[in-house]
Design a binder for this molecule. Structure first.
Ligand code: AHR
Length: 491
């Protein structure tokens, strides 16, 4: 029996809804086909955006969407993507798959997508190959209401009113595809570029500096030392890669050893947040600068027969556990983690949605986001679960259970609990300090470790009602099946 202790009186802070954010890049079939099919498509759409995908994303309450990249962001020149579509430049997407980018999805289309999704836009500007003027003008084009060359151009292109844009990224991976810069050089560039990203009228930008690649702690140190007074957020990118960058392993065909290695690798997120956070604390003890984990998720080998530059991969129960674990980690670190964006939204890496022509599949990862959505804007509370180490190799042991708990505005307690074992179920004794339990509603996502949804079998993995619990005078007792994610709503 593992004890789960919950103390709702010990409130730890607000879980920003943006922790449940997403990322969409001009990469493979994410934007084109996945989100945007154009007004003339036979696939049902509104102003070119797929209705099925928009509806599914609204269901999980997508709070924020990052665009246009990724590595693409530092090659993107936003003026190529405005004005009459027939006049927009056609070019090769050199970074991703060498396909034609016709720029038919640009600033207006992205803002229209966010309007339909009712989510915040998060725009990532170009430092690597763009100019200070170009970035400054993009902000002016988006957010300036008065008379100015860029506001006039926006009006000419059909948008009389300025948009509201809060989240603005100043470069992406500038230690790599965004210009191969040193942290000292980028810190100075960041200070310069962000100076000209103006706050017009009441549009206050939340400026995000490019942060570290995984465990590059020196990058965080230099950025915080030299530029923390000029930023609202500092990003962090960490992908869960089971093997190595050359041979990453198949997304849907793996053994128990790979299962535990993947989960071990994903649990590293905890250490990264702790260690980057400790450096940030030295320069920013009041935690004014948010840690923005704007790329995370699994990265496997592409599916056989697909364009290697498109990064298309299937999504199994293993991805569901990766999502559940990371979201629990972000919740538990909500004092520093202010946003996170899983990579990527549709058809790329750890997607919540896959599409093929007019068909759409919701992945196991989608279902986890749906089950966890009640944590958005809730208050994290103290929780602890007794665990034991499990796994098939000495060096890749993981805890068998992983949890986070929040209380929402109506006083409901949300428990999200993962069972990382592929073979064992566990008895849980939930103990809730100073809180009498009247009712429990449960949802479970569970299946064999390699189970996934595909276009001819879209409902192999789907959530079910979880009723196998007993309310006690201490809280609630239940058994969590192997390889599963559970969400309990307790009143
Ligand atoms: O998400 C795919 C790529 O991974 C992004 O373009 C880049 O920022 C990262 O290396």
């Amino acid at each position: 029996m593992s004890k789960l202790f919950v103390n709702v009186q010990n409130k730890k802070g607000k879980i920003n809804k943006e922790i449940y954010g997403h990322f969409s890049e001009h990469l493979g079939r994410c934007i084109y086909e996945g989100l945007y099919v154009g007004e003339d498509s036979k696939i049902p759409n509104t102003n070119g955006m797929r209705n099925d995908v928009v509806q599914a994303l609204k269901e999980i309450k997508i709070p924020v969407l990052r665009w246009p990249g990724g590595c693409f962001a530092d090659e993107y020149h936003w003026k190529d993507g405005i004005g009459q579509k027939e006049n927009r430049k056609k070019m090769i997407n050199t970074h991703w798959g060498g396909v034609v980018e016709d720029n038919s999805f640009g600033t207006h289309e992205f803002m229209e997508l966010c309007r339909q999704l009712e989510c915040e836009p998060y725009i990532n500007g170009n430092v690597g190959s763009g100019t200070v003027q170009e970035m400054s003008e993009w902000v002016e084009y988006l957010t300036f209401e008065g008379i100015s060359p860029m506001a006039d151009l926006r009006k000419k292109n059909g948008n009389e009113d300025a948009w509201k844009v809060k989240y603005f990224g100043v470069g992406n991976e500038n230690w790599g595809c965004g210009g191969n810069m040193t942290p000292e050089y980028y810190a100075n560039e960041y200070r310069r570029y962000q100076t000209y990203c103006r706050n017009y009228a009441d549009n206050k930008l939340y400026k995000i500096a490019c942060g570290a690649n995984a465990d590059d702690y020196d990058w965080t140190d230099v950025l915080m030392k030299n530029a923390s007074n000029f930023m609202d957020g500092l990003s962090l990118h960490y992908y869960t890669i089971t093997k190595n960058w050359v041979e990453k392993g198949a997304a849907a065909k793996f053994d128990e050893k790979e299962w535990y290695t993947t989960l071990k690798k994903t649990l590293k997120m905890e250490e990264l947040i702790y260690r980057h956070g400790a450096i940030m604390d030295r320069y920013d003890p009041e935690k004014k600068v948010g840690l923005i984990i704007d790329e995370w998720g699994t990265w496997f080998d592409v599916e056989v027969g697909t364009n290697p530059g498109f990064l298309y991969q299937q999504n199994t129960m293993r991805d569901a556990l990766v999502a559940g674990i990371n979201l629990n980690i972000f919740n538990k670190n909500c004092d520093r983690v202010k946003m996170a964006n899983i990579a990527q939204l549709v058809n790329v890496l750890q997607s919540v949605i896959l599409t093929e022509g007019e068909k759409m599949v919701l992945t196991p990862t989608y279902h986890v986001f749906n089950m966890y959505k009640s944590h958005q804007e809730a208050t994290l509370v103290e929780s602890y679960i007794e665990t034991q180490d499990i796994g098939v190799e000495e060096e890749n042991q993981v805890p068998n259970l992983h949890e986070s708990v929040s209380v929402d505005a109506e006083g409901r307690i949300n428990v999200t609990l993962n069972n990382l074992s592929v073979s064992e179920s566990y008895d849980i004794q939930g103990i809730f300090a100073d809180r009498e339990i009247k009712s429990v509603k449960g949802t479970i996502l569970s299946n064999e470790m390699g189970a996934y949804n595909d276009f001819d079998a879209p409902e192999v993995v789907k959530p079910a009602e979880f009723i196998d619990f007993k309310i006690t005078n201490k809280g609630v007792d239940f058994k969590i099946p192997k390889c599963s994610v559970i969400h309990l709503v307790i009143e």
